[in-house]
Design a protein around this ligand. Sequence first.
Ligand SMILES: Cc1cc2nc3c(=O)[nH]c(=O)nc-3n(C[C@H](O)[C@H](O)[C@H](O)COP(=O)(O)O)c2cc1C
Length: 169
Amino acid sequence: MLFVHRVENLTPGIYAYLRDPAAGDEWKAAMRSEFLWEQTHEGLFLLVPIDAGRIANRLSCDQDIAEDGFFGLAMLARFEEPLRERGEWFYRRLFWECGLIGQVLYLEAEAAGGRATGIGCYYDDPVHELLGLSGHAWQSLYHFSMGVPVEDTRLTTEPGYPWEEERTR
Ligand SMILES: Cc1cc2nc3c(=O)[nH]c(=O)nc-3n(C[C@H](O)[C@H](O)[C@H](O)COP(=O)(O)O)c2cc1C
């Protein structure tokens, strides 16, 4: 699901993006009944037209990066069923897939002249509550944000290894 803040020709709000169109009916049934499900692009549905900046900030451990960009997102996966069917190892596999999607988003952001940040700190239960999800059928596993980078001048880079020190001398 996406928190769209500043994207041209897209109403700000909370959106669902389905990687698998077949999940649509399942999601509709699992989420709040008042959601609009208004299709704007292939696989993309507007759920609530709202300025979701503060919500995204709060849900992502009160981090401004979730609010100040073009958009932020939460990756949700089917959880209980695949873990029961495939076994515990699949927990790691779900995070691996989220990481893979994250890497694609990092690259696409750079290619588009923006920048992105993975957000590993977020409150999963309130994310589920926002969407109306109950139980463990679905689980929020990773957040992400895309926008224009702001250089953090408080950070410095020190040589990490002896051979790097040699080079900088
Ligand atoms: C899995 C993952 C989770 C992250 N979570 C956060 C986060 O919650 N907040 C944040 O500001 N940055 C987050 N980041 C971004 C890292 O802080 C960022 O990659 C790091 O600061 C870059 O530093 P480096 O250039 O020294 O590698 C996350 C990155 C990854 C890969």
